[in-house]
Design a protein around this ligand. Structure first.
Ligand code: TTP
Ligand code: MG
Length: 377
């Protein structure tokens, strides 16, 4: 059974300011201004009563709430608190997908074996965040991403909404259709025109009427209205790509120079890929010339790679596709389109010797640092 949690901090930047500056507490406070091109970043819940909201021009906010306190914000501090909460999330689940500076999805599926009652994690994470940071968060706990995010938003600030699978459909039925993300102002108006105001009405409406308004998204949106959403929590710890690039002090001129440089980069990338337990299908070469013009070329191999030699072999293929008439100031090698190494381990059983050699070098680099060893070719 799936359990997804969505956690979102309340009035995040403004709450941090109120935490650090006790004189702002309980007062309408607006964060924004110069550094944010004259718009409101966010405001405290006290200021929201006046109709102030994110992205509103500062001048308009001043008119709505002349008694508001305005501060321009301290990004470094918000990043610091963000790192604190992300660390807490990782204590609760190995699978965390951050969505922005103050929110994330956590996949808690299967954790009943560890914690017993998963719903108890809702109040627990709120307490943990409050104790560690002094701030409140709103939490939605539900069988999928859509319901979890909807839940965290519903009782802000300091909210907790738990939606059990068997209750989901009835729970969301009375809510307005614009609670479904993707239904913007225009779609909302169009739906209202044909008499659809609630998620429940949308759920049972014949697709024929919805097609004109929702187009290709009709089935997707109607599934959401039924409380169905199969999207996975994408674990951020699995990177989408791993790459290294180097700008050379002296431009590279000869074939030998860029050949050696690319072998070097392939080793740096290979080590990182293997340390992440990954193997990748795609290798990308980036070349920037003295003129600052740059080209990138990619190749996708059927068998994924992680060994230095295999990465370099694909790089060499790409080298043939690039012009080397000009001096080169930067080179980059990236591996992407990952599969997990464990799943594919049989695929490289054929080359145990090379694998062992890479593993030995990796162990040395892990122990003594990357600079300990570089291989000749
Ligand atoms: P949100 O979570 O959207 O807003 P919030 O945390 O301030 O308030 P809520 O209680 O409704 O969640 O965004 C998180 C932070 O991102 C917010 O504190 C400031 C910043 N932000 C902007 O700078 N500009 C914007 O337009 C939005 C929406 C957010
Ligand atoms: Mg927030």
């Amino acid at each position: 059974m799936r359990w997804i949690m969505h956690v979102d901090m309340d009035a995040f930047f403004a709450s941090v300011e109120q935490l650090d500056n006790p004189e702002y507490r309980g007062k309408p406070l607006i964060v924004g201004g110069r550094a944010h091109r004259g718009v409101v970043s966010t405001c405290s819940y006290e200021a929201r009563k006046y109709g102030v909201h994110s992205a509103m021009p500062i001048a308009q906010a001043q008119r709505l709430c002349p008694c508001c306190i305005f501060v321009s914000g301290r990004m470094w501090r918000y990043v610091e608190v963000s790192q604190q909460i992300m660390k807490i999330f990782s204590e609760f689940s190995p699978c965390v997908e951050p969505l922005s500076i103050d929110e994330a999805f956590l996949d808690l599926s299967g954790m009943e074996h560890l914690v017993g009652d998963i719903t108890a994690l809702g109040p627990k994470i709120k307490t943990r965040i409050k104790e560690a940071t002094g701030l409140t968060a709103s939490v939605g706990l539900a069988p999928n991403k859509f319901l979890a995010k909807l839940g965290s938003d519903l009782r802000k600030p300091d909210g907790l909404v738990i939606i059990k699978p068997e209750e989901a459909r009835n729970f969301i039925a009375p809510l307005p259709v614009n609670k479904i993300f993707g239904i913007g102002k225009k779609a909302n108006e169009e739906l209202n025109k044909i008499g659809i105001f609630t998620i429940g009405q949308l759920a049972v409406c014949d697709k024929i009427y919805l097609k004109n308004i929702l187009g290709n998204n009709t089935t997707l949106v109607q599934n959401l209205a039924l409380g169905i959403d199969d999207r996975q929590v994408e674990n951020s710890r699995e990177p989408k790509s791993i790459g290294r690039e180097t700008t050379y002090g002296d431009d590279l001129l000869t074939q030998k120079e860029y050949h050696d440089a690319l072998w070097n980069l392939s080793q740096q990338v290979g080590w990182r890929v293997r340390n992440s337990g990954l193997v990748g299908h795609t290798v990308t070469l980036k070349v920037k010339y003295r003129s600052f013009k740059s080209v990138t070329r990619s190749v996708t191999a059927e068998t994924p790679v992680s060994l230095d030699e295999d990465i370099f072999a694909l790089v060499e293929k790409l080298v043939a596709q690039v012009k080397w008439a000009e001096p080169v100031r930067l080179l980059g090698v990236t591996v992407s389109k990952f599969a997990t190494a464990g799943e594919l381990v049989l695929d490289f059983a054929h080359d145990e010797k090379r694998e062992k050699r890479n593993a030995t070098l990796d162990a040395l680099k892990n122990k003594f640092g990357e600079q300990i060893i570089k291989r000749g070719k």
